[in-house]
Ligand binder design. Structure first.
Ligand SMILES: [Zn+2]
Length: 325
């Protein structure tokens, strides 16, 4: 559907170690994850300064106050991936009991800060960082996971309206399930082969990785701005761009990265479309100040677009409600 004005949407995949447990060791990533405790409040402060609304898509585990709650809210049927490495439930014996003991698997204090702030949204990144296109898991298992995510949020007085699928694996059959349980929208993917997540092996292929890296700095896939479309009962607020963290190795290309995002935002503002930027809080764990500086540059650009083109910024839930008017 056509919009009356362009919109900036920002979503953060909020997951701590639950987002990388199958690809990294805790030891190798600890320092990034530890920084998330300072990154989230800083993000809120900077966003509030520029009236930017954030959507934190949180792994359900992070809404638990302790291990007992994780176990209590866990679904009876767990994802039966052919590759059992994808299941985080195998880690439950190893994690601490609460955030105080184990800040890599719990985020109670950060969830409280986001909730109390009230300007931003907490959505779902599924309960257990569920991979919707991996072999072995089923629609029933996904539904059980989704309900666990909705229920653990409910006990924190959070109503889940938005979902971001882990690794951006979108299974169209599951969109209907989400709609049946009150979810309004999801973050779709860019319409270009390099971002394809249907075949889960494609995303990690060297050719795709190189193209995505180049696309960060050079306009290969286009601006990926869009109007709102409804898919299987959910509004697709598709991704425009992953905000790649500052790279020491490619630091000379950083201005091009920011310029590319600014151009996409300007395009969305002029065409009355949506520009959806996303990343993970832990992506700012290294070069934190440089990443925040780049983000502020984008927020300043947003302010300019707001006054020039009436560009707006909304959480995913608020934006999807436009389609109901
Ligand atoms: Zn994730």
């Amino acid at each position: 559907m056509k919009l009356d004005q362009g919109h900036l949407v920002i979503s953060l995949d909020f997951e701590l170690f639950w987002g990388v447990f199958d690809v990294r060791s805790l030891e190798s990533y600890k320092s990034h994850l530890e920084k998330v405790t300072e990154i989230v409040p800083r993000l809120l402060k900077l966003s509030d300064k520029y009236n930017i609304k954030l959507t934190f898509a949180s792994v359900g585990f992070l809404l638990a106050k302790n291990k007992e709650e994780i176990i209590r809210f866990s679904p009876k049927i767990k994802p039966s991936y052919s590759n059992s490495n994808f299941s985080p439930y195998r880690l439950l014996n190893e994690i601490g009991n609460n955030q105080h003991e184990d800040p890599y698997h719990y985020a109670t204090s950060l969830v409280d800060i986001i909730k109390k702030n009230k300007n931003h949204e907490i959505g779902s990144h599924t309960f257990c960082h569920y991979y919707c296109n991996e072999i072995g898991q089923t629609a029933k298992e996904f539904e059980a996971d989704l309900l666990a995510s909705i229920n653990i949020a409910k006990q924190q007085d959070i109503t889940i309206k938005s979902i971001v699928f882990p690794r951006n694996q979108i299974n169209e059959t599951y969109l209907k399930i989400c709609a049946n349980h009150g979810i309004l929208n999801y973050r779709g993917i860019e319409k270009h082969w390099m971002y394809n997540t249907k075949d889960t092996k494609q995303l990690g292929k060297t050719k795709n990785r190189i193209y995505r890296l180049l696309d960060t700095y050079f306009n290969i896939s286009g601006h990926n701005t869009h109007e709102l479309e409804i898919h299987y009962g959910l509004v697709n607020i598709a991704s425009s761009r992953f905000l790649r963290p500052y790279s020491n190795f490619l630091s000379f290309l950083e201005p091009m990265k920011i310029q590319r995002i600014k151009r996409g935002m300007t395009y969305a503002a002029k065409k009355k479309q949506v520009y959806h930027l996303w990343w993970h809080p832990h992506n700012f764990g290294d070069n934190t100040d440089k990443n925040f500086k780049a983000l502020e540059t984008l927020f300043i650009h947003y302010s300019m677009l707001k006054s020039t083109y009436n560009f707006n910024c909304k959480t995913m839930a608020h934006l999807s409600k436009i389609t109901k008017n």
